[in-house]
Design a protein around this ligand. Structure first.
Ligand SMILES: [Zn+2]
Length: 113
């Protein structure tokens, strides 16, 4: 079950098309199925999601390659409210930027003024 959840996190809902995933889901307890379904609703590569306290905008951290975001860094921070993207090399910085979208997102900056 842990392996399935990891696969779902990595590939998003697409993993459900794999017969092995369907088989694992069939074996899951009702509580495990509930958790799997919650994870299935997450986009591929999503690691972290938060809300910027200043603007109310939603900031997400993705593994860029898994979400299909073309940046030169491992992580991509997305302001989901304004669809802006910031490239970050480390998870620590990416999480900080996700919580402070006003610092780099033009849409958030204009909303703050
Ligand atoms: Zn924004």
């Amino acid at each position: 079950m842990r392996r399935l959840l990891a696969a779902v996190r990595k590939h998003g809902g697409a993993v459900l098309k794999l017969p092995v995933a369907i088989e694992l889901l069939a074996q899951a307890t009702p509580a495990q199925r509930k958790r799997v379904k919650a994870v299935l609703n997450e986009p591929a590569g999503l690691l972290y999601r938060t809300t910027d306290r200043e603007t109310g905008a939603v900031g997400s951290v993705y593994i860029a390659s898994e979400q299909g975001i073309d940046v030169d860094t491992k992580y991509a921070v997305v302001c989901e409210t304004h669809s802006t993207i910031l490239a970050d090399a480390t998870l620590k910085v990416a999480k900080r930027d996700a919580a402070n979208t006003w610092d780099w997102c033009d849409g958030c900056q204009s909303k703050r003024r």
